[in-house]
Design a protein around this ligand. Structure first.
Ligand SMILES: [Zn+2]
Ligand SMILES: [Zn+2]
Ligand SMILES: [Zn+2]
Ligand SMILES: [Zn+2]
Ligand SMILES: [Zn+2]
Ligand SMILES: [Zn+2]
Ligand SMILES: [Zn+2]
Length: 1756
């Protein structure tokens, strides 16, 4: 860094560092004009420290500033060394009990749902964990930055305001004391001086607007001539635009441009060029020109470097002030005092005011620095918080105006502090009374909505994106209003009443502008041309919903306020009502001898509006009059006599009629905007202050009216008056076919009208309307939601209205109505309705949508049928009305109602074709049921001597009057009971008649005893029977599913069917758990199964028939037949890796012959096990390729698979594949010429022979290759020396037994493995192809063995068929592959592999025994051996060779284990070794000890050694067993098929090993001693033993995904402390955790992009290449989402392993319920990883959801 600076600068640095803070402070103490003195110092030093070159050096600047500028100030304040002074101050300090921790972006915050006064009250993690709330119901969110911890604020918490840390100790007094008493007078005076100067300096310079001049007192004589071109951030231009522009304007590289843009985005500004004025101005011109085309240009300033320097120091000074006041509350108070002191210019001239008022002019970085200072000073001091709140309120309008025009996000605006101030109840109340805050906010809001129509109502322009943006900003005022009202007063002062009512007036003004806005007229004839604007109005309504509710809550708290508010609201409504009178002429209606006057108004012809907030507010207040009983206590104070019920109901009724007409299809031509409005009108987000209140208003009005009059007006508004007042309407219409549409319409309208009547009489669950408590309302909502279907918690929450605190109140009642069903491995927890609650079900529940209603009806009827009950869904018994609404029940027995019912029943009886509907009848029956319920209730609760006024049963028994002489309603019901066409309603009619009789009986017995009724008995079934039945049912399902699949399989011809995919996945799982190991071999005697060697159990290989999934032809697998292949997927893997830092650096040179025991860089092969003909597959693949090419040309889209890389989907199961494996018979039997051998060589002899054979082949090869050059005489001499072993015929080349088609497939798979495993271009002739094939065989077996061991499953337990098929074909393929390779190549590999165990001078680069994975070595040797053996005609068999190789490798592995076994835990003394094994191993250890030159540690106990060898070798034995099993086809011994303690003995038997493994050494001691010696004397082994290097020890531990914490918030906390590694301490926006290695990455961000294969990729993709060789599993911490990545183009999201208490995940962390780790789900993810199924999972996800394909995964 120093080298970059010029020497001159370094000299300045030195001189600056020489000055002494103490001296400067001393000078200041003497100064007469301190301000001047300090300013001079600053003027002199600041430009020398800051902004001396094109790039900032923050650390250097900070050090110098601290030393030269801030140090003296600290000395001055303390009057001594601040290192002593500040701790003293800190000790004397009595800290307040506020935590006040300011949140970082992404930090977790907690709010207690039980105790927080409102949801903005939050705790930091530390406080939360130390508080009582951790055991309460809480919500967790991540902070967006800003805001602070409310711990210790007694106003924020109803209970437990202090955590343990901030708790008041008992000795302390709570009363407020002046914090200054803890400071000495001197310190106070000095602090005051310095604070005043520095705060003013910072404010002056930050708000300074001249670009090349400084304030006079900061100017210096000798001024440099350097400038900056300063680029500012805005929210209009994109990152890309800025980067592009910068590259052009200042000629920088893309990397630099990204750096500039990142800083601009973070700090709000960055200099992009440094130099003289012109040079900088030039850049400015280019930037402005380049960005001004579509939008306003980027803000750029050319600034003198000294201005920039002072501004930088100004910011530093502010942060310094913030840190100094941290030492003492007294210092903090002084700073507050300084900040709020009125300046020389009077009003609004304090430093705090000046900063606030300049907020929108400051850049982002400056804003956040001073906001932070405000938070840690003004908001932490109880006294000054109040004063600051007043300043804030006084400036409120101006600040909001600035904010609305400013383009920065709200979190960067000082206006955002409103949440900190307004949510403090005492402050809010003070501001309402003293600053009239409520009115101020509402007025400021109204000022922003200037557009009005002729009636003064809001009028919104087209809702464009820009409009929406602006409007969103305006809405923040509503949010402020909400904050102010969120905590409700407990006590009312006269002052508060007055100011609240003033605010209420302003609020009414606002609502008045909304009453009747966006009016609509029915479109007839043509469709509307342009959808009218509606969104803005609804957004406004939606935002205001909670405020409207809260205003009512306030009113409810004070009787005087309620009465006043009611009067005011009524007055305004009356004014409004005068507003729209068009087309209202009086008319007279009469039915049944009743008549009423009303106006002529048709919704279908005149204007109508959905927005009626004034009416609705009045309805709300009216209910409060009832609820608070004010209506009964002070009727004289209420304007009840002024109420005109018809006026009250008119507009809400119109609105409801509009909905009915829309349903009836009468408004089709008005387009979607209307449909949307109707939808939101009923939607849970709006209905509380819209639809619900309209129903309330009707109830209010009707309760004051003659029900007959109301019903006639209702008929008239529904435009049905004619229908019912005209006799024989039905008859007339049934004959006229032409009016079908009109009839249909009228039918719907009648249905809707009846539904409305049902609601008006039946909806009594709001407190104040019916005699219910608040819990009953929510209880009823839940019952009806769950009547539709069982629901997850979040789903249920979404269907319930939330209050301003985001609470639904559901927790209080849910347990009384529902059972919770826990989630399984997938899916969510569910709530199911308790059966006994079904009787409270109301089919005509007013919040049902039509779809919900019919679903609920179906579900409830089904339930009843299942319980063998009748299917009637009668109306439930209802709670009684409150007195104010009591008269509503009379609608049911009014003459007009009876007339309407009678008419409709008559239509039903006469069965008039279309002029009648079943729904209509159903509703009438429901209404009759309601009336009967009502009458029964009245009778049962009748008070002695009281006159019974409800006499519905009597009225319906009476026949109609002349002239119709219609039969009575009762009679008609009896007739309908037998109507064959009404089967569905029979149960209901029967119920009605039964009810009628019950009531008759009660009346007869004259209320002597209430009739108890037994409704619905719960069927009880013994749980055991249920279980049994359940099991049987599941078995049956499984059987059916299997049959179905079989049927489908045979049906499938050449095409695959998408629908079966899921079925197939299920079967695969089913197979895994149910079916035993495929037993297609004839039973062999269990006793002695041997997998290899001359003693190998001979099993006739069963003939194998396979059906091609493509052509459905069956074919036998033989050597000569056409090849059958399995779809397979080859991938690189690090799943088993013990060293993730290793990557293949240079794939062209990399030699995969030896696998290192750390198993890094493996190649895994998987298969779905679906077989096809090779030629069928080829044809299929060609067609996929062709199709893909066409598609890419057309759509330029990715698919989930990469055809160019050979990828395709299995035609049957759509499993991602990239090659095929041929199906083969055991290759050993196909190759070996079985002669009858009597004498086989022992290990020693065999090794010697092989060594000789190797030498010969090596000579020949050398000779062959040298022959072309100059033949050397030495070689020929050697030839003579080495005798060709007897029977060895190096010139013999065996014939390849396989058909051409099989040969071709051997090459295909081999090449694919080579290509994928090494990431190189395919080259079938490369000598590394065979080693890659053996490698993937060994690696795949190892990975499966690992999974089996981890799950503690037996090695030959039931394996899913796909795995079994895959391993079998992979092993046999690898064994056959040498036949398609040049013999010398394979022989060469064999020689080299062999040489790693048996020394051979020709190789120099052999790994030492510690650096070879023995299983890979075994597989390589065994599979390469035939290439040598085929030339051996001495009579030594292949099987003998296999056995000797196996023994040799096993012994090497034992030595490897002994060398690396960790001998530390050898504390316990063992008695003398007794067992044979122990003695043997001790002697072997002794030998090793000797050969290593005593470097190997002294032998621990024999028992211990033997134990560690047995444990260490188990994985190798298991892998070997699997390998030879598949290679030779010897069935697995039954003992190995079941779980047991240890299979060691069985494995040894199966593998032809002595159970005392050490006997191998003893039996072959003559050769082994020399081999051991050669192994031990390797220099690497010596280095290891002397501790110079490490080595893998055995058994290798399992690789698992990292441990995740139980509580999700600790992860959030961890991530919030994580900063981007590239951009210096910046918080990462998308911190992402690698679940494989635990690294935290800065994902999805420019700063951490890396270059990979010439492309820029995000941090996660880059990480996958090193950590997971291309595949990765991540947890996106902010989103709580698991991310799977594979390669650059593939990825998907996966459900996270964290669940809330309701068994649901929270992707995106939107709900904020506490999340806990679900082990089962995490294990499932881990299993996917261990099984190498990540890529496959991505493939399936992408196939299922095409949008995933479009995501640029590489940028994550
Ligand atoms: Zn805290
Ligand atoms: Zn605390
Ligand atoms: Zn709590
Ligand atoms: Zn075929
Ligand atoms: Zn398949
Ligand atoms: Zn990793
Ligand atoms: Zn980063």
């Amino acid at each position: 860094m120093a080298s970059e600076m010029e020497p001159e600068v370094q000299a300045i640095d030195r001189s600056l560092l020489e000055c002494s803070a103490e001296e400067i402070a001393g000078k200041w103490l003497q100064a007469t004009d301190l301000t001047r003195e300090v300013y001079q110092h600053l003027a002199h030093c600041v430009p020398k420290i800051y902004c001396r070159g094109p790039n900032p050096f923050p650390q250097k600047e900070d050090t110098l500033a601290q030393h030269v500028l801030l140090g003296p100030m600290e000395w001055y304040i303390c009057g001594e060394d601040p290192a002593l002074g500040f701790p003293k101050l800190e000790q004397a300090n009595k800290p307040s009990h506020l935590c006040g921790r300011v949140f970082k972006v992404g930090e977790p915050t907690y709010s207690c749902r039980d105790c927080a006064v409102d949801p903005t009250c939050v705790l930091c993690m530390e406080c939360f964990l130390g508080s009582i709330h951790r055991d309460h119901r809480y919500r967790m969110t991540t902070s967006g930055g800003g805001g602070f911890c409310d711990c210790g604020d007694t106003e924020a918490w109803k209970e437990g305001p202090y955590c343990q840390k901030h708790k008041l100790s008992s000795s302390e007094v709570v009363e407020e004391e002046d914090p200054l008493v803890h400071l000495s007078e001197d310190v106070i005076a000095r602090t005051y001086n310095i604070f005043a100067i520095m705060f003013r300096y910072a404010v002056d310079i930050l708000t300074w607007e001249k670009e090349s001049e400084l304030p006079d007192d900061l100017e210096v004589a000798e001024k440099s001539d350097t400038y900056y071109c300063m680029l500012f951030n805005d929210e209009v231009h994109t990152y890309e635009q800025v980067i592009y522009t910068l590259q052009k304007a200042v000629n920088c590289t893309q990397k630099e441009a990204i750096g500039f843009a990142t800083t601009v985005d973070r700090d709000g500004r960055r200099s992009v060029r440094y130099g003289d004025f012109q040079y900088c101005d030039q850049a400015k011109t280019v930037i402005v020109r380049n960005t001004s085309r579509q939008t306003k240009p980027l803000k750029v300033q050319v600034m003198h470097s000294s201005v920039a320097a002072h501004q930088n120091f100004g910011l530093k000074a502010l942060s310094w002030l913030g840190s100094v006041i941290g030492y003492s509350d007294g210092l903090r108070r002084i700073l507050c005092q300084v900040g709020l002191q009125e300046g020389p210019d009077g009003e609004n001239s304090s430093l705090v005011d000046r900063l606030m008022l300049n907020d929108s002019k400051l850049w982002k970085g400056a804003r956040s620095v001073y906001h932070q200072l405000f938070m840690s000073s003004l908001l932490m001091d109880l006294k000054y918080k109040k004063l600051f709140a007043v300043r804030f309120a006084k400036n409120y309008e101006r600040l909001q105006r600035d904010y609305v025009t400013d383009d920065h996000d709200r979190e960067f605006s000082v206006a955002d502090l409103s949440v900190q101030i307004f949510t403090v109840p005492s402050l809010a109340r003070m501001l309402i009374t003293e600053e009239n805050l409520m009115t101020v906010i509402i007025k400021a809001f109204m000022d922003h909505l200037k557009h009005r129509d002729a009636q003064g109502r809001f009028q919104f322009e087209r809702y464009t994106a820009l409009q929406a943006f602006k409007f969103r900003r305006v809405q923040s005022l509503i949010l402020d209003l909400k904050y102010v009202l969120i905590s409700k007063p407990t006590e009312w002062s006269e002052e508060l009443r007055q100011k609240f009512l003033q605010g209420f007036d302003a609020f009414l003004e606002l609502l008045k502008c909304m009453q009747g806005m966006d009016p609509i007229t029915r479109q007839v004839g043509q469709h509307i041309e342009m959808e009218p604007e509606w969104e803005a109005a609804f957004t406004l309504q939606m935002k205001l919903t909670h405020v409207i509710s809260m205003v009512q809550d306030w009113c409810a708290l004070d009787e005087k306020v309620l009465i006043e508010a009611y009067k005011k609201c009524l007055t305004v409504l009356t004014q409004c009502h005068g507003g729209f009178t068009d087309g209202e002429q009086p008319i007279t209606l009469s039915i049944c001898g009743h008549s009423v006057e009303t106006i002529r108004y048709c919704v279908s012809q005149e204007k109508v509006s959905i927005h009626l907030p004034i009416s609705r507010l009045l309805a709300g207040l009216h209910v409060l009059l009832s609820k608070s009983e004010v209506a009964y206590k002070f009727p004289e104070l209420l304007p009840l006599s002024e109420l005109s019920p018809p006026m009250l109901i008119e507009h809400p009724l119109r609105c409801l009629v509009l909905c009915a007409q829309v349903h009836a299809g009468m408004w089709r031509r008005n387009g979607f905007s209307l449909v949307n409005q109707i939808y939101y009108y009923h939607n849970v987000k709006c209905r509380r202050e819209m639809f619900d209140k309209d129903i309330l208003m009707l109830q209010t009005g009707v309760s004051m009216m003659d029900p007959n009059h109301f019903l006639m007006i209702l008929l008239s508004r529904f435009e049905l008056y004619q229908v019912f007042s005209t006799p024989d309407y039905g008859k007339r219409f049934s004959s006229e076919v032409t009016h079908k549409d009109v009839v249909q319409q009228n039918n719907t309208l009648i249905e809707e009208m009846l539904y409305l009547i049902i609601m008006l009489v039946g909806e009594r669950f709001s407190p104040g309307v019916g005699q219910v408590g608040p819990a009953e309302e929510i209880r009823r909502e839940i019952i009806h939601q769950l009547s539709i279907k069982p629901m997850a918690h979040s789903e249920l929450v979404k269907s319930l209205p939330e209050d301003e605190n985001k609470e639904t109140g559901m927790e209080s009642v849910i347990e009384t109505v529902a059972h919770f069903k826990k989630p399984g491995l997938t899916g969510r927890g569910m709530y199911e309705l308790k059966p006994e609650c079904a009787r409270e079900f109301n089919l005509y529940f007013y919040h049902f949508s039509r779809a919900e209603q019919s679903k609920a009806e179906e579900a409830q009827r089904k339930l009843k049928r299942e319980n063998k009950e009748d299917t009637a869904l009668p109306p439930p018994a209802l709670p009684p009305f409150c007195p104010l609404f009591a008269s509503l029940v009379n609608i049911l027995q009014s003459d007009v109602m009876l007339y309407i019912m009678g008419t409709i029943l008559q239509w039903a009886v006469e069965h008039h074709g279309s002029a009648w509907s079943e729904s209509m009848l159903q509703r009438v029956l429901h209404l009759i049921g309601m009336a009967l319920q009502e009458e029964k209730h009245h009778l049962e609760n009748a008070v002695e001597g009281h006159v019974q006024t409800f006499a519905f049963t009597q009225k319906i028994s009476k026949p109609g009057d002349a002239p119709n002489n219609s039969p009575s309603i009762l009679a008609m019901l009896e007739t309908l009971q037998n109507a064959p066409s009404l089967e569905v309603h029979k149960d209901m009619i029967r119920w009605l008649l039964k009810m009628f009789n019950t009531i008759k009986k009660i009346r007869e017995s004259s209320s002597s005893s209430p009739v108890a009724e037994a409704e619905g008995t719960i069927l009880e079934e013994s749980s055991r029977d249920k279980d049994k039945a359940e099991r049987k049912r599941k078995a049956e399902i499984a059987r059916l599913r299997r049959e179905k699949i079989m049927a489908q399989m045979s049906e499938m011809q050449r095409h695959f069917i998408d629908e079966n995919k899921e079925l197939f996945q299920q079967t695969i799982e089913l197979d895994a758990s149910v079916s035993a190991a495929p037993d297609n071999s004839p039973p062999v005697s269990d006793t002695a199964l041997t997998a290899l060697g001359p003693a190998q159990t001979q099993v006739p290989e069963p003939r194998q028939f396979v059906t091609c999934i493509l052509c459905q032809e069956e074919q036998e697998v033989t050597v000569e037949s056409r090849a059958m292949v399995l779809a397979a997927f080859v991938q690189r893997s690090t799943v088993l890796s013990k060293d993730r830092t290793k990557v293949i650096e240079n794939p062209e040179k990399y030699d995969p012959l030896f696998m290192h025991p750390d198993l890094s860089c493996g190649t895994h092969t998987g298969s779905c096990g679906h077989a096809m003909h090779a030629h069928c597959w080829q044809r299929y693949f060609d067609s996929v390729q062709a199709k893909e090419q066409r598609r890419q040309q057309r759509l330029r889209l990715h698919t989930s698979y990469d055809v160019e890389n050979g990828e395709f989907l299995c035609p049957l199961c759509e499993c991602l594949s990239n090659t095929v494996i041929p199906l083969l018979l055991p290759p050993r039997s196909a190759l070996s010429r079985r002669l009858n051998f009597s004498e086989q060589p022992d290990l020693t002899q065999w090794t010697r022979t092989i060594t000789q054979q190797i030498k010969v082949t090596q000579m020949l090869r050398k000779d062959g290759s040298a022959a072309a050059d100059t033949p050397s005489s030495e070689d020929t001499e050697d030839m003579n020396i080495i005798p060709i072993p007897e029977g060895f015929r190096p010139d013999f080349y065996p014939r390849n037994p396989y058909s051409d088609s099989i040969k071709e497939m051997l090459t295909t798979f081999g090449t694919a493995t080579f290509k994928v495993g090494l990431k190189v271009h395919p080259n079938e002739g490369d000598p590394r192809v065979p080693t890659m094939c053996w490698g993937t065989c060994a690696y795949t077996i190892q990975s499966i063995e690992r999974i089996l061991s981890d799950e503690e499953k037996p090695v030959f337990g039931p394996l899913p068929c796909r795995l079994d098929d895959c391993l079998r074909s992979l092993t046999r393929f690898a064994a056959a592959h040498w036949t398609v390779t040049l013999l010398p190549v394979v022989q060469g590999h064999f020689c080299k592999l062999f040489a790693s165990l048996v020394p051979n001078d020709s190789y120099e680069d052999l790994p030492c025994i510690l650096d070879v994975d023995m299983f890979h070595l075994l597989v390589g040797l065994v599979l390469a051996f035939p290439a040598l053996q085929c030339q051996d005609f001495s009579g030594s068999s292949l099987a003998t060779g296999d056995l000797h190789i196996f023994h040799l490798v096993t012994m090497a592995h034992i030595v490897q284990i002994l060398l690396t076994s960790c001998t530390e835990e050898n504390g316990m003394d063992q008695e003398n070794p007794t067992g044979e094994e122990e003695l043997a191993i001790l002697s072997l250890h002794k030998t090793l000890h000797q050969y290593t030159g005593s470097a190997l540690e002294e032998a621990p106990s024999g028992w211990h050694l033997w134990r560690s060898v047995r444990a260490g070798i188990m994985p190798f034995l298991k892998c070997s067993a699997l390998f030879f099993h598949y290679l030779n086809g010897v069935p697995a011994p039954p003992d190995l098929q079941v779980s047991g303690t240890s299979h060691f003995e069985h494995l040894c038997n199966y593998l032809s090993l002595p159970t005392n493994l050490i006997r191998l050494f003893q039996e072959n001691s003559n050769i082994m001693n020399s081999l051991i010696e050669s192994w031990c004397q390797n220099s690497e082994v010596k280095r290891y033993l002397s501790g110079e290097r490490g080595a893998i020890s055995y058994p290798r531990g399992a690789n698992k995904l990292i441990d995740l914490p139980e509580d999700y918030s600790s992860l959030i906390n961890q991530a919030s402390n994580f900063s981007c590694p590239k951009s210096g301490g910046d918080k990462s926006r998308a911190p992402t955790l690698c679940l494989v290695c635990g690294s935290l990455l800065c994902s999805q961000s420019y700063c951490c992009q890396a270059e990979l294969e010439g492309e820029d990729v995000g941090a996660c993709t880059a990480h996958t290449y090193s950590c997971g060789s291309g595949a990765g599993i991540f947890l996106r911490v902010r989103e709580c989402q698991v991310l799977f990545l594979a390669g650059k183009t593939k990825g998907c999201f996966y459900s996270p392993p964290y669940l809330d208490d309701y068994g649901e995940t929270d992707q995106g962390l939107r709900r904020g319920n506490p999340l806990h780790l679900c082990q089962e789900r995490f294990r499932k993810i881990q299993k996917l990883w261990q099984q190498h199924s990540i890529t496959e999972e991505i493939g399936h996800a992408q196939e299922a959801n095409q949008t995933l394909v479009g995501i640029d995964w590489q940028h994550l």
